[in-house]
Write a protein that binds this ligand. Structure first.
Ligand code: PBG
Length: 326
């Protein structure tokens, strides 16, 4: 049946009808807010390229979690800025490492009212800024996987609810699953950064986490932005190794990858709308060139429409505030 019998504009006539036939929804339940924790007390170091975000000492981090929970966002993703760094990221594997301490403080205050996702990687903790142990000028896969497993166990022991490896080493999900299971954490899910691209969109994050590589780049372990078939292989392998949730990262320039993942696999999908995506919108809004709230909601909607179940976004709190107003 075509025009004039069919007129698609009939169902766009008023807001109630439009709402009724809306195919995609966003809820605060879908959102995870990334946070950066640093040593000290009463420290709030604003991240200049990510307005509204700061490196926070544990006391202020706990207060920030209270604000996030108050608007209805129930999950945070933690990144640590350590006191000192070393060659292999060992500083991130101890009972008193920065993120472990932060997890205990958050859990002491909020218990199971908050879900803590712990990012697992070495780049914030190594002197050279790479995501693993360097051998002959490149990150050694199998040595790095050992450090990642150790870091994961320590984070789980501190009380992390979900372990999220972001390093892109081969075989790390398997090793992490094994070490968690052997130590009584068989119920702790793994959210794997499965299709993580070597992206220019991480620029502001590297200032925030003080994790820029001191030489070279991450192209020998993160994916080539040109590739989609390879993303499906990465995801298939992570699922086989025991990933409970798979992630596509960045989000906005990789919506096709999210959709393809949704059509190919039957597993929850997280999408990480990364620092550069956030900063671009903030910068354009600060110049008065775009309507920030509208663009923020449209981007989040596009990520859900593409097929993501979970959105990790620096806009989590602001999105929830908009949802609460409606
Ligand atoms: C650590 C890590 C990065 C991000 C999340 N985990 C940076 C990187 O790979 O260089 C990026 C997040 C963002 O840009 O918001 N490996």
């Amino acid at each position: 049946m075509s025009f004039p019998i069919t007129r698609l504009r009939r169902l766009r006539k008023n807001p109630i009808l439009r709402g009724m036939i809306s195919e995609t929804t966003i809820s605060a339940d879908d959102l995870i807010m990334p946070l950066f924790v640093c040593p000290g007390t009463n420290i709030n170091n604003p991240i200049s390229s990510m307005p509204g975000n700061s490196q926070l000492s544990i006391d202020l981090l706990v207060e920030e979690c209270a604000k996030i929970l108050a608007v209805g966002v129930k999950s945070v993703l933690l990144f640590g800025i350590p006191e000192s760094k070393d060659e292999t990221g060992e500083v991130a594997c101890g009972h008193n490492s920065i993120v472990q301490k932060a997890i205990r403080a958050i859990k002491e205050r909020f218990g199971n009212d908050i879900l803590i996702v712990a990012d697992v990687c070495n780049c914030e903790y190594t002197t050279h800024g790479h995501c693993g142990t360097i051998v002959d000028g490149d990150v050694d896969n199998d040595l790095t996987v050992v450090t990642l497993a150790k870091q994961s166990l320590s984070l789980a022991q501190a009380g992390a609810d979900v372990i999220a490896p972001s390093d892109m080493m081969d075989g790390r999900v398997k090793k992490i699953r094994e070490i968690l299971d052997e130590n009584g954490f068989s119920q702790t899910p793994i959210m794997a950064y499965s299709a993580k691209y070597a992206s220019g969109f991480y620029g502001p994050f590297r200032e925030a986490a003080e994790s820029a590589p001191k030489f070279g780049d991450r192209r020998s372990y993160q994916m080539n932005p040109a590739n989609s078939d390879e993303a499906m292989r990465e995801i298939a392998l992570d699922i086989e190794e025991g990933a409970d949730i798979v992630m596509v990262k960045p989000a906005m320039s990789y919506l096709d990858i999210i959709r393809r993942t949704k059509d190919t696999f039957n597993i929850p999908i997280a999408a990480y709308s990364v620092s550069g995506e956030f900063s671009m919108v903030k910068a354009a809004a600060a110049n008065g060139w775009i309507d920030e709230e509208r663009i923020m909601m449209e981007i989040a909607m596009s990520i859900k429409r593409a097929g993501a179940d979970i959105i990790i976004t620096y806009y989590a709190k602001e999105i929830a505030e908009v949802l609460n107003r409606k």
